[in-house]
Write a protein that binds this ligand. Structure first.
Ligand code: MN
Length: 265
């Protein structure tokens, strides 16, 4: 376990992410086995959920493109990625540029306990069963490494052994509830990506951490566009220079309907 790869990928003069210099304190270790876990919803090039389990002083990390599912019949691809520092566990914010550029939301956090005696042996074997006690994710789960079959990348398998599956076991905390849609917001700030961006953009805006101002404006504009695509503004959040009830907007609605109606079927 080492943070070498984590640090090599990032420029900490430009990213607000923790370097991970602090030694994990004794208080952070909630139980002698297992410990802290979190899931960070990360709007980067692709939206994904970073699933992290504390083990041996670092956060073991998997990027789950579709996020965890509470349905035991659904196997979610989880790409094993580099270990992260323990203090990354409550990070939430805007990464303006570089590796992982985008917005990070603390989507869930809590504690985890292995359901096996030897965590390292289970990881080695590629089959780790564990119990989560978070706000959103609870009960029994398993991470299973998929077999790397060359040429079967489309099925999610990778020959480098990095692809795993995250699966919910059947218990009181499993069922047909789309948790990512039902509970989309942060357990830290309570808001969505829009709120994180709104709260943190002023820091980003005023920071003098490198980059030209033009690049920063473009970066921020691109981020806002991506966040709005994912979380469209509600009626009350929309700019109100053109209220919906103006004759102009009514006309355009009528025209849209007319066009739709005249379309050949
Ligand atoms: Mn990520």
């Amino acid at each position: 376990m080492s943070l070498k790869e984590y640090r090599e990928k990032r420029d900490f003069t430009k990213s607000p992410e923790p370097r991970g210099d602090e030694k994990p304190s004794a208080q952070r270790r909630v139980t002698p086995r297992g410990g802290f876990f979190c899931v960070q919803k990360h709007l980067a090039t692709q939206l994904h959920y970073d699933f992290r389990l504390e083990h041996n002083g670092v956060l073991l990390s998997w990027a789950v493109p579709k996020g965890p599912s509470l349905d035991p019949s659904v196997k979610r691809l989880a790409m094993h990625v580099e270990d992260h520092p323990i203090d990354y566990g409550d990070f939430e914010g805007v990464i303006p540029e570089g590796y992982g550029a985008g917005v990070v939301m603390l989507w869930d956090q809590g504690t985890w306990e292995p359901e096996v005696d030897d965590i390292d042996a289970a990881l080695q074997k590629g089959d780790l069963k564990f119990t989560l006690n978070g706000y959103k994710l609870k009960g029994s789960w398993v991470l299973v490494r998929t077999r790397g079959v060359p040429g079967s990348r489309a099925a999610g398998a990778s020959p480098d052994g990095r692809s795993w599956l995250l699966i919910k076991h059947r218990d009181d905390w499993s069922g047909p509830l789309d948790i990512a849609t039902f509970a989309p917001n942060s357990v830290k700030s309570g808001g969505g990506f829009r709120d994180i961006l709104t709260q943190q953009a002023p820091d980003f805006w005023l920071s003098n951490r490198g980059g030209t101002s033009t690049a920063s404006v473009q970066t921020l504009r691109r981020l806002v566009e991506r966040v709005e695509k994912l979380e469209p503004p509600t009626e009350s959040e929309k700019p109100d220079e053109q209220p919906r009830t103006t004759p102009k907007s009514r006309t355009s609605t009528t025209r849209r309907k007319a066009r739709k109606g005249s379309r050949p079927t």
